[in-house]
Design a protein around this ligand. Structure first.
Ligand code: PAN
Ligand code: ZN
Length: 192
């Protein structure tokens, strides 16, 4: 059997950039416009701008059982109306795959949801370690004034399923009220 060679990468704890990352992707508002609640503000912003919401750097390995993918995510500070910038959110295609997040800087939450609509939030801040158990959809939200930077490690066979959670949405949203993040019920959540 031909074994894979060990390797190391450098990454910047403040910017989240991985030197020599194999993959890098960006998510602009246009690609996730259906996910924010304030349609009026959204359309107003989209008329003149298409802001960068987040980006991801990834070290790729063969997508097979036993391998682990490591990546960093950088969510920029900002809001669409009262709702903070966030990731699209997904289930793992292979739902039994868990993931761990380690936060380097910024302030935020991971919002997690099961297929039964059970919803949980876990705080993200410098040095927070968050466990995303198997079968939970997960989205990360930046509620601070700086970029929210974290690394994630997950099985290479996990894959991403964006469609299922996009169809129903998350049961909770995180909005700014009187200068503070507040976790609220999503008025557009479609109960099964
Ligand atoms: C993370 C996410 C990353 C971007 O690496 O992929 O934060 O979020 P979306 O994938 O929801 O756009 C992860 O959970 N990977 O499995
Ligand atoms: Zn994931």
């Amino acid at each position: 059997m031909k074994l894979m060679k060990p390797f190391g990468k450098q990454f910047n704890l403040t910017t989240g950039v991985i030197d020599g990352a194999d993959n890098h992707w960006t998510r602009y508002l246009k690609e996730m416009r259906g996910m924010y609640q304030d349609r009026e503000v959204l359309n107003e912003i989209m008329n003149s701008d298409n802001p960068l919401i987040y980006e991801v750097y990834e070290v790729s390995v063969p997508e097979e059982a036993g391998q682990l993918i490591q990546c960093t995510s950088i969510i920029y500070p900002g809001k669409i109306g009262k709702e903070y910038y966030m990731t699209k959110g997904h289930y793992h295609k292979k739902k039994s795959c868990a993931e761990v997040y380690l936060c380097f800087s910024g302030q935020g939450y991971v919002l997690l949801q099961t297929e039964d609509g059970e919803c949980e939030t876990v705080e993200m801040k410098k040095e927070a370690f968050v466990y995303v158990p198997p079968y939970w959809a997960h989205r990360t939200i930046n509620v601070g004034k700086e970029p929210l930077v974290f690394t994630g490690v997950y099985p290479a066979e996990a894959g991403h399923n964006y469609g299922s959670i996009e169809k129903v949405g998350f049961a909770k949203i995180i909005v700014e009220e009187q200068g503070k993040p507040v976790i609220k019920r999503n008025p557009n959540f479609k109960v099964k």
